[in-house]
Design a protein. Structure first.
Lengths: 458, 290
């Protein structure tokens, strides 16, 4: 089964018996630890912790015998973005269970996955279940910015480290900056925040402008929270380039008919539609390709990041360009390809960007907790602030508490070599090879695999 | 001057094609109200069902004929079962029918969310290629959609006016009691009407999904559109629905082309409010006979 979310469930992929809004993955640690447990030490410790209430605040000194990772994902059973979060958390937990170095004092690391349904109220409820009912030692995931912003207060109340791995709104990091003591438990392991996403789009245009040949663009942005800072950054920086923005439209969030919008783009004479799309991306790209609109297409298109998207759209995404965290072909670090292959082996398909980030977030948290010898949230927060962890997407370093984007992963634009600190997104293009689609990397140079191809009808 | 003419021609051609789809969307809705006197709030979800039937047929490798057949048959059977299982028992209580069909609509949408998620699905392209008309380029799909819409409208006209069953539909739409007195089983006529409406909704879903892609909520806007069209045309009138569809289609295309593309979807609502205030019985009143 290709676990891209288009068929079957993440739960089923993992062999979990649970279905519906949640499922739990539990994998036991090595026999060595079972021996300790059999000796009664672990059992006594667990029982004592349980008598004390079992919440993360009360039992968070040292590494507990059972570590619970709380995961918030949108529809992990059928949404590829949610499935990548859920599956990667399972994969990371499996690595931790098999590791004698990371969280070595724990008998088992388990994952509890909850469905946010992309609803802020549901997200809050599920977050409380993870932290209050199940005593999660850390939480990760969250794709929708609207959900994340509604979680900031519960995160501060529960004082449990949360590492976002999908939502991009910088309002969360602004809150950390403005009220550090209250909101310091939030970190964004990726993607780079919304403002930097927009800045990165402009940086890409600057770096690859000659190859693309886009002298004028029509900026098309879907009306969701996450695109506000993206659009702001583009407006702030694109003026520095020799590129005309001949049209700028923030279209309605429920748009399904892009005919009138594309008519306007054609009338504007733009060389390309420069887009920021996630939720509305499929009708946009299918109609662009089937209508053979006489302009090129690129920017941030979250759904084209799906490795299975070419077959899902019948090849309509061919020639589109999109920013991405990583692809199965982009060797950003020595962990990137290994992780992608492990994921493919486990789930029969490659992950989308939230998978790389979720995996990195959990592994970084585990590394810091191990170094500090505790899952205590305040200790881990300090550890993460000082940490520089090489993950699958790059180096995970965070802006300090005085930065306006406090606790956001650092954005580091480089074209020639991997940055030593921070991450540098890639730009991919769907190209056809032997009748099937591949996500070729155009940029940055050090991982590029192909040259840009313009649509033949333009 | 030439460019003004070109813009006008483009608007006319675009509007003619989208209006043909709108007519297809609305006819089933008005048919059920005209004959049965009830509002089927699951109409939009039936359109969605047609689109996803075609999608699943494509996934199963049944090819184009399979996709077309599934998109017609599944919604038609569903509509028939909906009538027999629920609506028939509640026919004398229109409010209960509205509530029931609304619940069914929500169930269908949630089922799609559970199985397919909230992201749009691309349905295999029914017809590839493009054609140029009036200085603009259109997908062949839209041209075929226009032709199919008119063929269906024509066949419906012939069916209603020149077949025994069709005349039975006319009779029931005029008077249930009168129809019963001359030996027409109104429940059988209603069942046929629901099946026809379901099949039309399925065809609309097939074209809509192939053109714009399919998602769980795609039927919601179509239900609102159906309301607007039948209110404009006169609730229960097929002729009024066709005229209403073209009126709204032309207004929408003119609005988005001449004012702003961000105004799409607004025209039906504005027209709905205006007609309700100025001519609440619609352009053709409540009549069914064509």
């Amino acid at each position: 089964m290709v676990n891209d979310g288009s068929s079957g469930s993440a739960g089923a992929a993992n062999g979990s018996k649970n279905t519906g809004d949640e499922y739990n993955g539990n994998r036991s640690k090595l026999n060595r630890r079972r021996f300790i447990q059999a000796a009664g030490v672990g059992a006594a410790a667990t029982g004592f912790a349980g008598c004390l209430g079992g919440g993360p605040g009360e039992s968070s000194e040292g590494i507990p015998s059972e570590v619970t990772l709380g995961v918030l994902a949108p529809a992990p059973e059928n949404n590829p973005i949610g499935a990548a979060i859920a599956n990667s958390a399972e994969l990371a937990a499996e690595k931790l269970n098999n590791s004698s170095d990371l969280l070595g004092d724990a008998d088992s690391v388990s994952v509890s996955i909850k469905n946010t349904q992309e609803s802020p109220s549901t997200g809050r409820q599920r977050y409380r279940e993870l932290t209050l009912d199940e005593g999660a030692n850390m939480t990760t995931g969250v794709f929708t910015s609207e959900v994340l912003l509604q979680l900031m207060d519960p995160i501060s109340q529960q004082q449990t480290v949360h590492m976002t791995s999908g939502a991009a709104s910088p309002k969360a990091s602004n809150q950390v900056n403005e009220e550090y003591d209250k909101y310091k438990y939030h970190f964004r392991a990726g993607p780079i925040n919304g403002y930097h996403l927009g800045q990165n789009m402009v940086d890409f245009l600057e770096a690859k402008g000659n190859d693309l040949g886009w002298e004028s663009v029509a900026l098309l942005v879907e009306n969701y929270e996450w695109t506000n800072p993206v659009q702001q950054a583009i407006d702030d920086h694109i003026g520095d380039l020799d590129v005309d923005v001949v049209m700028e439209e923030r279209y309605a969030s429920g748009t399904s008919n892009f005919g009138p919008i594309y008519d306007s783009v054609e009338e504007s004479g733009a060389d390309a539609a420069f887009v920021a799309m996630a939720h509305t991306g499929t009708p946009a790209v299918v109609q662009w390709a089937r209508d053979q609109r006489p302009f090129e297409f690129g920017g941030i298109h979250v759904l084209t990041q799906l490795p299975a998207y070419y077959s899902q759209t019948g090849g309509a995404c061919r020639f589109t360009v999109s920013q991405n965290t990583a692809t199965p072909q982009s060797e950003l670090t020595d962990k990137t390809l290994q992780y992608a292959q492990d994921y493919n082996s486990a789930y029969g398909g490659f992950p989308v960007y939230t998978g790389y980030i979720t995996h990195d977030a959990i592994m970084q948290w585990a590394t810091v907790a191990t170094e500090r010898g505790t899952v205590n949230a305040d200790e881990v927060v300090s550890g993460l602030e000082e940490s520089s962890y090489t993950g699958t997407a790059g180096s995970l370093d965070y802006y300090g508490k005085d930065h306006e984007y406090a606790h956001d992963i650092k954005y580091n634009f480089r074209t020639d070599s991997p940055p030593e600190t921070g991450v540098n997104p890639v730009f991919q293009q769907w190209q056809e090879s032997d009748g099937s689609g591949t996500q070729e990397v155009l940029h940055p140079e050090y991982v590029s695999s192909a040259d840009y191809q313009a649509p033949p009808w333009v | 001057m030439a460019s003004t003419l070109s813009v006008a021609l483009t608007i006319i051609v675009q509007a003619a094609m989208i209006s043909a789809l709108y007519a297809l969307i609305a006819i089933g809705f008005t048919l059920i109200f005209g004959v049965g006197g009830v509002l089927n709030l699951a109409h939009g979800a039936t359109i969605t069902m047609g689109a996803f039937s075609a999608y699943y047929a494509g996934q199963l490798g049944l090819g184009l004929p399979g996709a077309v057949l599934a998109s017609v048959a599944v919604p038609a059977i569903f509509a028939g079962l909906l009538y027999l299982g629920m609506v028939k028992r509640l026919e004398e209580e229109p409010i209960m029918v509205m509530i029931t069909t609304l619940v069914v609509s929500v169930v269908i949408e949630q089922a799609i969310v559970v199985f397919e998620g909230t992201t749009s699905r691309s349905i295999p392209q029914l017809i590839e290629g493009q054609f140029s008309l009036a200085g603009a380029t259109f997908q062949n799909l839209l041209g075929v959609m226009f032709v199919v819409s008119w063929i269906i409208i024509g066949l419906l006209f012939l069916f209603v006016n020149y077949t025994k069953t069709g005349k039975g539909i006319l009779a029931v739409s005029m008077s249930h009691k009168g129809a019963s007195l001359v030996g027409i089983q109104s429940s059988r006529i209603n069942l046929i009407t629901w099946i026809i409406a379901g099949a039309f909704a399925g065809i609309a879903g097939l074209f809509l999904g192939s053109w714009l892609t399919a998602d769980f909520a795609m039927g919601q806007a179509q239900l609102v559109l159906s309301f607007s069209i039948v209110v404009v045309g006169g609730i229960g009138s097929i002729r009024g629905s066709v005229v209403g569809a073209y009126l709204i289609g032309f207004l929408e295309i003119a609005t988005t082309n001449l004012i702003s593309s961000s105004l799409q979807g607004l025209a039906p609502l504005v027209v709905l409010v205006v007609v309700l205030l100025v001519k609440p019985e619609g352009l053709f009143g409540r009549e069914f006979a064509e």
